[in-house]
Write a protein that binds this ligand. Structure first.
Ligand code: ZN
Length: 105
């Protein structure tokens, strides 16, 4: 075993700990006016700023949404656009499950 132990992060949805690489890092993208705040997935894990971690699982996203855990973790108030996140979760999930779900796109 030469592999180094991976850092653990807590999923904001189900609150369980998982290896960082198994979780999706989420950051806030602000519009120029600061009014529209979208939550976007940081797929390369390189975006600056505060991040939250979530399993790429629609259930975890739903949990986080219901408990408003994302806004809390990212220290933002008010409405958040979760659409980009929802898409990323669905995409990542279908990638994981293989080619079972064939997309026409
Ligand atoms: Zn989770």
């Amino acid at each position: 075993m030469t592999r180094r132990a991976e850092p653990l992060r807590t999923c904001v949805g189900c609150r369980s700990r998982a290896a960082k690489s198994d979780l999706l890092r989420i950051v806030v993208e602000r519009s120029a006016t600061g009014e529209i705040r979208r939550l976007i997935p940081d797929l390369r894990g390189r975006m600056p700023g505060r991040g939250a971690h979530l399993h790429p699982d629609p259930e975890c996203l739903a949990l986080a949404e219901r408990r408003r855990a994302l806004g809390r973790a990212l220290r933002v108030e008010g409405p958040l656009d979760l659409e980009p996140l929802r898409e990323a979760v669905m995409t990542k999930r279908s990638l994981r499950e293989g080619t079972k779900t064939m997309s026409a796109r």
